[in-house]
Each structure stands twice: as C-alpha cells, then as structure tokens.
Design a protein around this ligand. Structure first.
Ligand SMILES: Nc1ncnc2c1ncn2[C@@H]1O[C@H](COP(=O)(O)OP(=O)(O)OP(=O)(O)O)[C@@H](O)[C@H]1O
Ligand SMILES: [Mg+2]
Length: 245
C-alpha cells in the first residue's frame, strides 16, 4: 500500500511543483517506488521539470475518458529505478478529473508504489478538492510573505474540514536576511509559526540552482554534493514524524 502525499498551497507560485519533483526524485534515488501525478489541468509543469515533456503521449484525461489504459499514461523516468509520471492534460476542454476518478486511479496503482505524490492545482476550487481528498497527508508550501502565510493557514483549515488528517507546512524561498523579520516588512519565522496551526516540516532557501533546475529537466537533488539533498532528507524525515505521530 502506498502513501499518497498532496503538495499544495494557498497562494500560487510557492514551490509546489519544485517540491513535488525533488521529493519524488529524492525518494526514487533511495529506492522507493514513486508515482508523481500532475493534476494541474491546462497548466502542467512536472513533465518539463523532469525533462520528460517529449514523452507525454497520453495524459490523465485520456485515462478518465477511456482513450487509453492507466498504465499507458504512466511514463517511466529512466534515470531512476522506479519513478513514474502521469501528466495532467494541457487541454482544459478535455475530461475533468473528479474525486472518484482520482480515488480509482490511486486504488489501482497503490500496491505498485511506496509513494504517490500529487502536484495539486491552485486552491480551493473543485479540481483542487479532487486532488487533495484522497491524500494521506498534505504538504502546504508557503513563502515568507504575509498573504502566503495567511492563505496557507486557510488551506490547512480547509484540508482539515475535508478530512485530510495529516498536514504540515514547508516554508520556501527563505532569505537569511529576512529570518528575524526585523525592520523588513516580512513576517519573521517566529511570527509565521504563530500564524499557522500545522507543524512546519522545514524550510528551503532561495537558491539560483533550484530555479535553474526547474528549467533544465534535472531535479536539483540530483546534483551531487549539494546541501539540498540533506535539506530535503531532513524535511522528509520530519514529514514522516508528522505522518506517524
Ligand atoms: N527555493 C527556491 N529558490 C529559487 N527559486 C525557486 C525556489 N522554489 C521555487 N522557485 C522558483 O519559483 C517559481 C515557482 O515555483 P513552482 O513552479 O514550483 O511553484 P508552484 O507553487 O508550483 O506554482 P503554481 O502555483 O503556478 O503551480 C519557479 O520559477 C521556480 O523555479
Ligand atoms: Mg506548479
């Protein structure tokens, strides 16, 4: 049985896709069997971040509409032992993915994977609800901005109402000069902790290499000797702590 992780946020552009792709790569590098599902219909990105955009022939909407079997839409990233991607459709007029579609897909592949990672669309619409409703755990990405923190807390509340029991936050794009807030207008880390109600699994600094990797098709955790690997490992261990705690 796999564990399904939904990577989500309140505000857009907080690093959901970045985190989904790197967590998937990190787990796959450590011999976990991983499936990453991009549920951003019309605005998919994961294929590009994994350098697999030319391999997508069938997508999730094709599976749901019956055009192809599920396993034909699963593309293997051959850099890893077991990392597969199912892309969202880039065409918004194609079949909508419902809660029950996602549930069926997860049930179908659950025994083949250790982790299913869902890169969710923007909160809090019906597509978002379908993306999170089957998750065993949600990771809420936020940045060190007031609006992002408040929106993350709203999403946390909504996830709780939807029955997603295990939830944690990851603070992305941190800049050391802003940690304490101080005279800057950014909320300090202490203020962020007091504004949200879920545990924080960790932080990720603003890093040019992370930004570049999103366009190179090579997840930044694949860069040897990078501090990023250890950082993602620590975040994942704290996520497990929340999951089993
Ligand atoms: N830690 C970081 N350091 C530098 N750049 C980052 C970092 N995290 C994310 N980015 C950059 O921020 C942008 C947004 O990241 P990403 O696409 O992962 O966000 P998202 O939450 O998935 O966005 P959307 O809401 O549009 O789906 C990208 O250009 C990415 O390269
Ligand atoms: Mg995204």
């Amino acid at each position: 049985m796999s564990v399904t992780l939904a990577v989500t946020s309140g505000k857009g552009g907080t690093g959901k896709t970045m985190f989904s792709v790197n967590l998937a790569a990190l787990l796959a590098m450590n011999e976990s069997r991983v499936l990453i599902i991009d549920l951003n219909t019309g605005l998919r990105n994961v294929d590009i971040c994994l350098g697999m955009e030319n391999q997508v022939i069938y997508d999730l909407s094709d599976v749901v509409s019956g055009l192809c079997p599920l396993r034909r839409a699963m593309i293997r990233d051959d850099r890893f032992e077991c990392l597969y991607l199912i892309s969202a459709s880039q065409d918004v007029s194609k079949a909508r993915i419902s809660d029950s579609d996602i549930k069926k897909i997860i049930d179908d592949v659950s025994s083949d994977f250790d982790f299913i990672i869902i890169d969710t669309p923007p909160a809090l619409g019906s597509d978002w609800q379908s993306a999170v409703i089957c998750a065993d755990m949600a990771v809420v990405m936020l940045t060190q901005e007031l609006a992002s923190v408040r929106d993350a807390d709203s999403v946390d509340y909504r996830l709780k109402k939807l029955g997603v029991k295990k939830r944690c936050a990851v603070i992305n794009r941190l800049k050391s000069e802003n940690y304490g807030g101080g005279e800057s207008c950014f909320p300090s880390l202490t203020e962020i902790f007091s504004m949200i109600h879920m545990p924080v699994a960790g932080g990720i600094v603003e890093d040019k290499n992370i930004h570049l990797s999103m366009n190179s098709g090579v997840p930044v955790v694949c860069m040897k000797d990078s501090y990023v690997i250890e950082n993602f490992k620590r975040i994942f261990l704290r996520m497990l702590d929340v999951y089993y705690g």
